[in-house]
Write a protein that binds this ligand. Structure first.
Ligand SMILES: [Fe+2]
Length: 362
C-alpha cells in the first residue's frame, strides 16, 4: 500500500463519500437556507410552551422571524418582521402574514415558509415517528427544560452526530450502560425525505455508578428503559430515552455556526415527585449537568474546527456497510442523498468542480 502522502490523500475514494465543502462553503450554506430551510416543515416549539390563550413564542427560520400564537386554543403561525421578546402574551397579529402550521407528533408546533406546501406534516415525516407515536401521543407532554447554545460548527455535523453511533465510544456513560448485544444489533431505518430512525434497545442504567433503573417512569406504551431516536431531515432530532423525551432543533447561522435549541419533556399529568425524577434523569445525561451533551458538543465543535472555511477540502467517508446495524453509515448516506437532491448537487463534489480539478482514483 502506498504511503498516505498529500497526493494520495486527495484522491477520490473508491467507497461512498462526501466532500467537506458541504460543511464549510458559504455559497452552499446560502443555498441550504433558500432551498431547504425555507421549504421544509420546521418543528419550531411545543404547544405546552404557549398553552394559554394569547401566548406566543417566536423563532427564526431561514433568516425570517416567525411567531406561533395561541388563539383561543388554536395555534397560528405568522411572519413577524419585528418582535420585542422571544415569548410572551398578547401579541397584536393584525396585518401579519399567516404561514401554514400544524400541531403534530407529540404536540410540536410545525410551520413552513413555503406558501404552497405539497405535503402535510404527516406526509413530510412519512412514518419516521411511527416507532414512538404510541408513547408521545398517548398523553399530553410538557416542556420542563429549555436551553439554547450557539456552537461553532456546521448544523449537519450536529445532525451527523445523532445519526452515526460509532462516536458513542466517546461517551463514557454509554460505554458502561449501553454496549450490549441489543445495542449493536439495532437498525438504522431510512424513510423518505432523508429521515432516519434508530430502533430501540435496553439501557442498563444501573451499570453506571450512582444511577438506578429507570423503568418505573418509562413513557406510556414503552417497554422499560428503551431508547428510540428519530433523526428528521434536515436537522431535527427526537429522542425518547425511557423516562424523558428530548428534542433538538437547529437554526443555521453560517457555514460554521449553529443555534441549537434543546428541550426536555415529561408528561403533563406527572406528580411533582415524578416530574423531579424525570428532570433528574434528563439532566444527568443530556441537560446542562450531564455529560453526554457536552461530549457531543465538544466532538462536533472539533470537527467544525478542522473544516473551517478556507481549509483544504477532504473526503468524508460514508462507506461502512454492516447490514444497517448501528454503526452502518446507511443513515448518513440516506441523509446526504436527500440533501443533494434538494440542492441539485452531488455531495461528493458540491461545487461542481471540473473533473480536471478532481484527482481521479487509481
Ligand atoms: Fe453522542
Amino acid at each position: 500500500m502506498p504511503p498516505r502522502n498529500h497526493k494520495n490523500w486527495l484522491k477520490v475514494p473508491k467507497i461512498e463519500h462526501i466532500s467537506s465543502e458541504c460543511y464549510n462553503n458559504h455559497s452552499i450554506y446560502e443555498q441550504e437556507i433558500e432551498h431547504i430551510f425555507a421549504k421544509v416543515w420546521v418543528p419550531m416549539c411545543h404547544f405546552s410552551e404557549m398553552s394559554n390563550d394569547g401566548d406566543y413564542r417566536s423563532t427564526q427560520i431561514a433568516h425570517q422571524n416567525v411567531v406561533a400564537v395561541n388563539i383561543k386554543g388554536n395555534v397560528k403561525v405568522f411572519l413577524c418582521p419585528s418582535i420585542d421578546r422571544p415569548a410572551g402574551n398578547g401579541l397584536d397579529t393584525a396585518g401579519l402574514k399567516e404561514l401554514h402550521s400544524e400541531v403534530k407528533h407529540g404536540g410540536m408546533v410545525w410551520t413552513t415558509l413555503d406558501p404552497n406546501p405539497t405535503q402535510s406534516v404527516e406526509e413530510w415525516t412519512c412514518g419516521a415517528f411511527d416507532c414512538i407515536a404510541d408513547a408521545i401521543d398517548a398523553e399530553d407532554m410538557e416542556v420542563f427544560h429549555y436551553h439554547k447554545a450557539v456552537i461553532d460548527t456546521n448544523y449537519k455535523l450536529w445532525h451527523d452526530t445523532n445519526s452515526e453511533f460509532y462516536h458513542d465510544f466517546m461517551h463514557y456513560f454509554n460505554r458502561v450502560s449501553g454496549f450490549n448485544d441489543e445495542y449493536f444489533a439495532r437498525k438504522n431505518i431510512p424513510f423518505d425525505n432523508g429521515h432516519v430512525n434508530v430502533s430501540s434497545f435496553t439501557v442498563n442504567y444501573e451499570e453506571y455508578d450512582g444511577f438506578e433503573d429507570r423503568g418505573e417512569l418509562s413513557f406510556p406504551n414503552l417497554p422499560p428503559n428503551q431508547w428510540y431516536m428519530v433523526d428528521l431531515f434536515p436537522g431535527f432530532n427526537f429522542n425518547l430515552r425511557g423516562s424523558a423525551y428530548r428534542s433538538d432543533t437547529v437554526t443555521p447561522l453560517g457555514p460554521n455556526k449553529v443555534l441549537i435549541e434543546f428541550r426536555g419533556y415529561g408528561l403533563k399529568k406527572d406528580t411533582p415527585e415524578e416530574r423531579q425524577t424525570r428532570i433528574k434523569h434528563h439532566n444527568s445525561i443530556w441537560g446542562p449537568f450531564g455529560r453526554n451533551l457536552h461530549e457531543d458538543l465538544i466532538g462536533v465543535a472539533g470537527q467544525g474546527t478542522t473544516m473551517r472555511e478556507g481549509t483544504e477540502a477532504r473526503n468524508i467517508l460514508h462507506g461502512r456497510h454492516e447490514n444497517s446495524t448501528i454503526h452502518d453509515e446507511v443513515g448518513m448516506r440516506h441523509y446526504y442523498e436527500a440533501w443533494g437532491k434538494f440542492l441539485g448537487v452531488s455531495p461528493a463534489n458540491p461545487l461542481g468542480l471540473a473533473t480536471d480539478d478532481v484527482i481521479a482514483a487509481e
